[in-house]
Write a new protein. Structure first.
Length: 90
């Protein structure tokens, strides 16, 4: 049985301090709107997690911690559904 894909996740590597802002700008240009959900690693450095939360929570973005992401990965989506997902590396 095929599961319909209704969520596309975009992956960004946050290696430099300015990468978070660049990721948000790139996402908004590519998707045409702000993200609604984000995923970060359970191993995300505390300083980086604090920066991500400070940038995304005021926008109303739901942040989820996951075990499969790498420590400096940020996954973003604008989709509201959760039936299936397709992941894209940016």
């Amino acid at each position: 049985m095929d599961i319909p894909i209704d969520t596309i996740w975009h992956l960004y590597l946050l290696a430099q301090p300015e990468d978070l802002q660049k990721a948000l700008q790139t996402f908004q240009v590519k998707v045409g709107k702000s993200p609604s959900k984000a995923k970060i690693s359970v191993n995300c450095p505390p300083e980086l997690e604090a920066k991500i939360r400070a940038a995304l929570e005021p926008l109303g973005v739901t942040i989820q911690r996951t075990t499969y992401a790498l420590p400096n990965d940020l996954w973003l989506t604008a989709a509201q559904g959760s039936q299936g997902s397709k992941e894209q590396r940016e």
